[in-house]
Design a binder for this molecule. Structure first.
Ligand code: UD1
Length: 418
């Protein structure tokens, strides 16, 4: 088992290009099943979730390799239609293969992804979307879906990111056109649309609540560059806010971070947003200020994935900040660990009250989920002394070489075998 040693108390100073987005590359990898020729993807992060998705593609008969940040998928030999229980458990978003499998094979055998670190992870909206396109769903022993999808009207009860992506992917292979209403508007859905259209699909409306898909187009192979990871950027900016100093990030579109940047600005950081970069500066001798209530919401609201990193920064601040988590049940698992570092935080259900303290102190802490892990690293860099962070398996799902990224920003961080 490896752990991260983070020595806090010194300001950050540096520049970094943010790696590709996990939440973009995963649905794009599933979409590769729909292509008829080889696909080359650039800016793909090296993450355990990406490795898991490549494993699923291989099981389904594709050739799938990652070399550096480039992934090549040749789906011409795709033949299978089942994902093993082990693979479904290894990566909770493996449910994203449901839509493409139905579109390509007319059949999909998956197991229920079950609950996860964030609480229950229902897939009722994914299944309702599939049913709306005429496919049969049997949930008796796992998830068995059958039928060639037909265009239809998909009305999502909630703007679920995964269900929107599954609906798009199924609709691309359907006969006829499909309208998806109350679609999620996250930027990664725009990236999926761009990728699919590059291969010859006809998807319109990503970024709005209504998406239309003209199904039945033959998709060629092609080349595509995955967008930068806005949540990794939010985490690194939170680290800069916690530690003080100056952090400049390129490779992300600041407009995708607007709500996070607004909070950081209100907390007293100088934020400069340009086409080429986003820069955050904070004088370490001037404490952060509490901000008005932070309520997580679907995009363009404040991202649930940025809640923990921003809380880590505001744990040492002047005043009280209230957080309301509206998306997931168990999204405060970083709180007990922040308290070990001297934070004063009370939670009740989906609400957390952060009473800002002067400064956190280093401690032994454990990441219980991916973004909570990023948050603890950010907190550690603002704290006095050394933090020993374990649970790196969670962090490696979504941050490529977090310690190297932080070192590039001038932090004193290393990963060691415990
Ligand atoms: C995606 C992101 C994740 C982010 C989340 C919310 C990926 C790979 N992951 O997850 O990082 O935290 O969006 O921005 O892109 N729901 C249902 N029924 C369903 C599906 C979802 O009730 O069938 C609920 C969920 O429990 C949750 C809400 O809808 O409360 C939003 O979930 P969803 O948008 O689906 O998240 P994911 O796509 O799983």
């Amino acid at each position: 088992m490896s752990v991260m040693y983070l020595r806090g108390g010194t300001p950050l100073e540096g520049e970094l290009s943010v790696h590709g987005a996990k939440n973009s590359v995963l649905p794009i990898l599933a979409a590769c099943l729909l292509a008829r020729g080889p696909v080359v993807l650039h800016n793909c992060p090296r993450l355990t979730d990406v490795t898991a998705a490549l494993g699923i593609l291989r099981r389904l008969g594709c050739r799938a390799e990652q070399e550096g940040h480039t992934i090549t998928v040749d789906p011409s030999g795709a033949a299978g239609c089942s994902v093993s229980e082990e693979q479904m458990r290894a990566m909770r978003s493996s449910i994203i293969f449901l839509g493409p499998l139905l579109a390509r094979m007319g059949e999909a055998h998956l197991t229920y992804p079950g609950g996860c670190e964030l609480g229950p992870r229902p897939i009722d909206l994914h299944l309702a979307a599939i049913r709306a396109m005429g496919c049969q769903v049997n949930e008796e022993l796992g998830i068995h879906c059958q039928g060639r999808p037909k265009g239809g009207e998909v009305q999502l009860g909630l703007p679920s990111v995964g269900a929107t992506e599954n609906a798009i992917l199924c609709a691309v292979g359907a006969s006829g056109s499909t309208t998806i209403a109350n679609a999620a508007r996250e930027p990664e859905i725009g990236d999926l649309q761009s990728f699919l259209n590059r291969l010859g699909a006809e998807v319109r409306g990503a970024g709005s609540s209504t998406i239309t898909v003209e199904g039945g187009r033959t998709l060629s192979g092609g080349e595509f560059t995955v967008m930068g990871d806005r949540i990794v950027a939010a985490t690194l900016l939170s680290a800069g806010a916690a530690a003080g100093g100056r952090v400049r990030l390129s490779g992300v579109d600041w407009r995708h971070l607007a709500t996070v940047l607004s909070v950081l600005h209100q907390a007293g950081c100088r934020v400069e947003s340009r086409l080429e970069y986003v820069e955050l500066e904070r004088d370490r001798d001037v404490p952060l200020k509490a901000v008005p209530t932070i309520r997580t919401a679907p995009y363009p609201g404040f991202p649930t994935d940025a809640q923990a990193p921003i809380m880590a920064a505001l744990a040492a601040s002047q005043g009280c900040t209230l957080f309301v988590e509206t998306m997931f049940d168990s999204r405060y698992r970083h709180v007990p660990e922040l308290i070990r570092m001297g934070a004063d935080i009370t939670t009740e259900g989906r609400v957390a009250l952060v009473r800002g303290t002067d400064r956190l102190r280093g401690a032994r802490v454990e990441a219980a989920d991916l973004r909570g892990g990023g948050a603890l690293a950010a907190a550690a860099l603002g704290a006095e002394g050394t933090t020993i962070l374990s649970g790196l398996n969670h962090i490696d799902r979504g941050y490529e070489g977090l310690e190297e990224m932080l070192r590039a920003l001038g932090a004193d961080v290393e990963r060691r075998e415990a």
